[in-house]
Design a protein around this ligand. Structure first.
Ligand code: NI
Length: 194
């Protein structure tokens, strides 16, 4: 089975490749955010659209990339670091190494196929469950320069986009589980985090 957790360690994780999206000058002063954990209420908030791409937004994106990489994740949504804005970071890389992009106000405009694979989340540490997702998605949004971007992807990257966009709507992967599994999760998780 494909072990496709959003926040699973990426075995081939290598040096930071910022792709075209992020400006290098922000990196030397990067801040590592603490990642908010379930049941923090910000994870249930619907994040607001970003109206203007300011230096603060670019800095937030750069810091989120550092934070995601430090936590060995393949995706991160801004509300996971305590900022309820519609910004996500996804590592679309594979065996060739990381390829990280930031998408502002992302929307899934097309999806096709389905795949069930194990998922995890940096905000729900220690829990992994199979989740059914679309196999292919097309995502539209804005990049850090304010240009429209369209991303077509499949498999793990498509899963990461669906997972991270869910975060912006206050949805966690555990919400996709059956009621019984969700109940078991709550019991176990709360016991574990005591
Ligand atoms: Ni997550």
């Amino acid at each position: 089975m494909q072990n496709a957790g959003m926040c699973l360690p990426r075995p081939s994780s290598r040096a930071l490749d910022l792709g075209e999206a992020v400006r290098l000058e922000y990196i030397h002063m990067a801040v590592l955010y603490p990642i908010r954990k379930y049941p923090d209420s910000i994870l249930r908030q619907k994040a607001s659209p970003i109206e203007e791409i300011t230096d603060e937004v670019r800095k937030l994106a750069a810091d989120m990339i550092e934070t995601m990489q430090a936590a060995s994740g393949v995706g991160l949504a801004a509300n996971q670091v305590g900022v309820a804005l519609r910004l996500i970071i996804v590592d679309m890389g594979g065996e060739q190494g990381p390829h990280i992009i930031a998408v502002i106000n992302p929307q899934i405009v097309e999806s096709a196929g389905e795949e069930t694979a194990e998922e995890g989340c940096l905000s729900v540490p220690g829990f992994y469950e199979p989740v059914k997702r679309a196999l292919h998605v097309t995502v539209k949004g804005i990049d850090l320069d304010g240009s429209e971007q369209t991303v077509k992807c499949t498999g793990l990257a498509a899963r990461a986009f669906q997972h991270e966009i869910d975060h912006l709507d206050g949805t966690l992967f555990i919400d996709h589980l059956s009621p019984l599994k969700r109940q078991l999760f709550r019991k176990e998780y709360l016991k574990q985090s005591k």
